[in-house]
Design a protein around this ligand. Sequence first.
Ligand SMILES: Nc1nc2c(ncn2[C@@H]2O[C@H](COP(=O)(O)OP(=O)(O)OP(=O)(O)O)[C@@H](O)[C@H]2O)c(=O)[nH]1
Ligand SMILES: [Mg+2]
Length: 354
Amino acid sequence: MSWLEPDDEDDEPEFDEQDIRVRPNPKANRPRTKRRPAHADARIARVLGVDRGRYSVLVDEDGPDEHTALSTRARELRKTPIVTGDRARVVGDSSGDVGTLSRIVGIEERTSLLRRSADDTDQVERIVVANADQMLVVVAAADPEPRARLVDRYLVAALDAGIRPLLVVTKTDLADPTDFLTHFEGLDLTVFTSARDEMPTDLVGAALVGHSTVFVGHSGVGKSTLVNALVPDANRATGHVNTVTGRGRHTSSSTVSYRYRGPAGGGWVIDTPGVRSFGLGHVDPANILKAFTDLAVVAEECPRGCTHLPDAPDCAIIEAVEAGRLGPTGAGRLDSLQRLLETFGEKHGRPDQP
Ligand SMILES: Nc1nc2c(ncn2[C@@H]2O[C@H](COP(=O)(O)OP(=O)(O)OP(=O)(O)O)[C@@H](O)[C@H]2O)c(=O)[nH]1
Ligand SMILES: [Mg+2]
């Protein structure tokens, strides 16, 4: 082993506290232990995006020295997923000056994690984003055709991750979304509509304030178009939808965070690449029910293992709805819950392909 090795190449056996090593380096002539000595001065930085192993990070967020820098990951983290939205501990030259490269040596505990599997049978999970607290599901009224099932899948993933879902229907200049939107009656879901010359930047912008919102949806639905309208300096590339297949061209290839600055405050917007399917490999169905707080209370009276689906015997929610005890919206909410539970139940079946 050479003394010149960087401190965090922790492949060697662990040393105990007595193994203090002194570097023959006049500039850093202080005792160093093998246990992350250099990491005590790590700075916390927000991971904005990842491109071929290089992380763009925001150092000193909201501080006087806020700037972006480029980071690589320390070798000991090579198996740790580091994703957009992570709060990273960064050491080395994080000045952001041209040619400098800092090193991520750790990740702060995440408040949320949005995961998907490529399809429902795929055991490999992919982390979409960390620390988001809202998900804006983007669906087009046409071109590509909207599919309620894919939206359901996003809703299930959001509810499972403890992330608040919002919905925007774009391209309402091309088709009327009224019929499509009847699917989502009964849900606690804020719905926006957007047209080419009438983007709801004020309304959506207001919902972004104080939050970290991840934009998700099929390729070509207009996620990046909306991001550009909300964050004028994002300059996110946008693509065309193939008029024959109705599919987008997967214009955005990586997940990137942008700071939203609106009249009422700021927030974070995270644009993601369009996906073909959104696998629900790791979802816990109990989390779906939890999102329906009023129904979850009633479900405490259900028999053990109750599925709450239409054929469930003695389901307390179904009985309460039939008896009119859950008010005029009860039936719609039960229907929504059942649809999401069924979506979850399908997860071992065919993946949801366009
Ligand atoms: N008519 C109409 N076209 C729109 C609207 N919003 C976006 N588009 C068009 O839809 C196409 C795709 O938009 P993008 O913003 O690239 O879509 P995306 O969701 O980011 O797609 P990926 O990055 O591939 O996932 C572009 O040609 C946009 O100009 C809208 O409200 N109306
Ligand atoms: Mg895009």
